[in-house]
Design a protein around this ligand. Structure first.
Ligand code: PMP
Length: 298
């Protein structure tokens, strides 16, 4: 049903593989690529809205940080990367969609130990998103379930090692929810399987977990925080919160590059607030959208 090379893909999709633009269906990496063998790879997902890359500097900076944490250099200069990204948007005639970028340590005879000066692989794919489906989710809100966080201790690195995330998302979908919020050993929410988690307290304060190696530093999270600071009168706290606090909260929402700000209206089947997207969530979305437009170069 949900095949990756699929019947739904628009024709003419183009992928980028280490210097070459290829038809999507024919693009690939070597069988011994370390991305495939060890998830020795990092990635970024950048939203494209109205043909423009969203939060591009944030994604490029985080890519550099993830690579650095794994002792890999940037595969090309940020300027060259920006050029390839734009070329991908152009060649794919992408209006609203997502650009996926992955850098791996390259193809080598299988050996756990990492090569000293590897020839990195760079792959990029583009895909259109259903803007109406996102709009519907934004107006209706989504359900989340709580699951134990089974991931490793460096969740600040955006690696392609996403098995625990994929298992959590699959369980969520199986139970009719859109996202899983992951719980650490102290009973606190770390983040979603592919998003950051937020609540609004009874006093109207927005709360999201502080940055550490237990979560990914979401680019959208940073954008929303910056937007809230520019809009007067919104209190923000960066600290962990529990599922009990989230269920008792006035509102909840999640953030990601692919979905922006999405209201969360229930956790484990229990309604949050009145079970509808709340005003603070809508304010966060509006402020973030405005800030993002004004800061993105065409
Ligand atoms: N946490 C995790 C685990 C994620 O996979 C993502 C999305 N890639 C996020 C948070 C949100 O990050 P961003 O806003 O940069 O997409």
């Amino acid at each position: 049903m949900n095949r990756s090379h699929g019947h739904r893909a628009p024709s003419g999709r183009v992928a980028y593989v280490s210097g070459r633009y290829l038809p999507h269906a024919q693009a690939g990496v070597h069988i011994e690529d370390r991305g495939l063998q060890f998830a020795d790879a990092v990635y970024e997902v950048c939203a494209v809205l109205d043909g423009r890359l969203t939060d591009e500097p944030g994604h490029t900076e985080r890519l550099e940080r993830s690579l650095g944490a794994l002792n890999m250099p940037m595969p090309m200069s940020p300027a060259a990367l920006a050029l390839v990204m734009r070329e991908m948007v152009r060649r794919n005639r992408l209006k609203n969609g997502m650009l996926y970028l992955q850098v791996t340590r390259g193809a080598y005879r299988r050996d756990h130990a990492m090569q000293a000066n590897p020839k990195l692989s760079v792959i990029m794919t583009a895909r259109a998103i259903d803007i109406d489906a996102i709009g519907k989710r934004r107006s209706e809100g989504v359900a989340v379930i709580a699951l134990p966080d089974l991931r490793w201790k460096r969740c600040d690195i955006k690696t392609t090692g996403l098995l625990a995330n994929a298992m959590a998302k699959t369980e969520a979908r199986k139970r009719g929810a859109f996202e899983a919020w992951l719980i650490d050993s102290d009973g606190m929410v770390t983040e979603g399987s592919s998003s950051n988690a937020w609540i609004v307290t009874g006093d109207g304060v927005l709360v999201t977990r502080n940055l550490s190696s237990t979560i990914l530093a979401g680019v959208t999270r940073a954008g929303v925080l910056a937007a809230l600071k520019s809009g007067a009168g919104t209190g923000v706290e960066e600290r962990p919160f529990s599922i009990a606090e989230a269920v008792a909260a006035k509102e909840a929402f999640m953030t990601s590059a692919s979905g922006g700000v999405l209201p969360v209206v229930s956790i484990d089947g229990r309604e949050i607030g009145n079970g509808k997207p709340g005003p603070m969530t809508q304010k966060a979305h509006a402020l973030y959208s405005k800030l993002d437009q004004s800061s993105t170069a065409p």
